[in-house]
Design a protein around this ligand. Structure first.
Ligand SMILES: Nc1ncnc2c1ncn2[C@@H]1O[C@H](COP(=O)(O)OP(=O)(O)OP(=O)(O)O)[C@@H](O)[C@H]1O
Length: 322
């Protein structure tokens, strides 16, 4: 949410959905000690989509797990809304995670004995709430899993399982959704669908989304991208293009292994550069090759062209704030 300064410029007035203050995390002791987080202070505004990036081992997953109450920090504080996680009992933490947080993690954690539909509605069922059937239909339609709902996870492809996990995180409309490489196992079309619907969750329902990703194109769907290195926040970009993100990652990473260019490995989508010509449209960036690209998602946000990639133009709003 924004409002106008007297000089006409916009200021951000949205409420804070979650945050961390001076967060530290130390693994091991003595010679094997690792300082995974070294004083991270960050806030996530309501309805904001944030991507966390950084070289391998920089602390992204650790930060995500501490924020989501899945791991306990060594020092500092974390809050979700008004709730300070530091003082919560196990029971209160479980309820908070169940009622207010959605998770899209790469290890899908689907219950193998439940169908896709049952997995998707499980958190809402456990919480004893009613399913918003209209939103349920919208989510599964956009994610292209409507015809897979009665299948067990073992009968689904990896990408379909990940989209079921994404649907599970979305249908209950939790205040905040955490995704640890939510598009990591997806081809670029499915990746675009997942990112578009996460974007829609913020734009249409005011949900807050925080993802860890290695993919500059995925990051370019975000309102801002926060870069970690050695357990600290070192850069932040507001509404960047994939090219902007790629440039920062290249510099942060030295050898550039995390944000490798178009010749990136394997499926390419996670590590591909924004101008990926290697796999052609498969790895293409948001401002690249137009509406027909593989990366284009469904028309999730009402503005057709918007959905074919992230909404930020290459040269728009790329101010560096740190
Ligand atoms: N359980 C653990 N025990 C000891 N060290 C750990 C543990 N988990 C993470 N670390 C270390 O903490 C640091 C940060 O790890 P983390 O997984 O948060 O990095 P990351 O940025 O998510 O990396 P990647 O991009 O490779 O997933 C690394 O040096 C890692 O080896």
């Amino acid at each position: 949410m924004t409002s106008a300064h007297t000089d006409g410029s916009l200021i951000d007035t949205r409420a804070v959905a979650a945050g961390a203050a001076d967060l530290t995390k130390v693994y091991g002791t003595g010679d094997t000690v690792v300082e995974a987080l070294r004083g991270v202070t960050i806030e996530f505004g309501e309805g904001e989509f944030t991507a966390i990036m950084g070289p391998s081992g920089s602390g992204k997953s650790t930060l995500m797990h501490c924020l989501a109450g899945l791991d306990v920090a060594s020092g500092g504080r974390v809050h979700i809304g008004e709730a300070d996680l530091t003082g919560l009992s196990d029971k209160a933490m479980t309820e908070l995670r169940r009622d207010r947080i959605g998770f899209v993690f790469q290890s899908f954690n689907l219950v193998p004995t439940l169908t896709a539909r049952e997995n998707i509605t499980l958190p809402v069922d456990i919480a004893g709430r009613d399913i918003d059937t209209e939103w349920f239909d919208t989510v599964i339609g956009r994610l292209g899993i409507a015809d897979r709902l009665d299948h067990l996870p073992s009968e689904l492809s990896g990408g379909q399982q990940q989209r079921v996990a994404c649907a599970r995180a979305l249908v209950g409309k939790p205040e905040i959704i955490f995704g640890d490489e939510p598009t990591g196992n997806l081809d670029s079309r499915s990746s675009g669908e997942v990112l578009s619907i996460l974007r829609a969750a913020t734009d249409e329902f005011g949900q807050t989304v925080v993802i860890v990703t290695h993919d500059p194109r995925a990051a370019s769907y975000a309102d801002r991208v926060v870069f970690l290195a050695d357990g600290q926040i070192v850069r932040e970009l507001a509404r960047p293009s994939a090219d902007d993100v790629f440039e920062v990652m290249k510099n942060l990473d030295g050898a550039g292994s995390e944000a490798s260019g178009p010749s990136g490995d394997g499926a390419g989508s996670e590590a591909s550069g924004p101008s990926g010509d290697g796999a052609g449209s498969e790895a293409s960036g948001p401002s690249g090759d137009g509406a027909g690209s593989e990366a284009s998602g469904p028309n999730v946000d009402g503005a057709g062209s918007e959905a074919s990639g992230p909404k930020h133009a290459a040269d728009e709003n790329t101010s560096e704030v740190r």
